[in-house]
Design a protein around this ligand. Sequence first.
Ligand code: NJP
Length: 245
Amino acid sequence: AERRALVTGASSGIGAATVRRLMADGWDVVAAARRKERLTALAAETGAEAYALDVTDDDGVARLAQHLAATGGLDAVVNNAGGALGLDRVEDSDVAGWRWMYEVNVLGTLRVTQAVLPLLRAAGAERGVADVVTITSTAAHGAYEGGAGYTAAKHGEHMLSQTLRWETAGEPVRVIEISPGAVATEEFSLVRFGGDAARAAQVYEGYTPLSAQDVADAVAWAVTRPDHVNIDQLTIRPRAQAHNS
Ligand code: NJP
């Protein structure tokens, strides 16, 4: 049977591009996010399975793990659901905004990873290796003005990934972190800048950002290394980007 992957945050951007790439490579893919209409369209286009999921919902995540267990298990999870709010200096930061960024990026990845790890262990034991891939950010490795909440959340996700790697050392499970710089997606243009193109231009200095496909290609490469190889952390950045945002 084909290898099966779960991609969270699959309804747009990097997640949708990863679904397209893995389907083209012959994986079975479960595409999960909240916006079911978008997933249905992606499923019709690619043949992936659409699954409505909010990564902040404990019960929903548990139900997804049961569904996966009952329908063939899982060889790889791509923890991609996440996002940032606008740029706020520390002194102006809103606690609720930080809470949302932690809930989706850090705790969403924790919930999903915990729920599927038994399935990944079983697949790894049977086939040689299984993969936990997490999309963090260059923001997981540095700071930038106005980015404290997002960088704090992405640093948290980075440390989750680092720690899990040591905790599963010796098991047939790889823990892989992909850290993109600026990617031209909805988060990039809308969420982060609230549609404020002038602010985006000021921050992004007019260079060409990565495409979602660039990041999907990195994911597809990392999960097809030979079984004895672990890509711990891969930074992929627009060549001209000179900051961590
Ligand atoms: O953004 P976007 P990206 N439960 O907004 C989903 C990181 N990153 O592709 O639920 C489940 O197109 C949302 O789906 P929906 C970034 O931090 C980006 O750029 O339907 N899913 C959508 O599919 C994030 O971790 C840049 O609204 C939830 C997806 O997340 C990842 O890349 C730079 C959810 C977001 O898609 C993908 O973001 C960087 C929930 N509660 C890292 N909440 C960049 N774009 O510049 C959201 O370094 N989603």
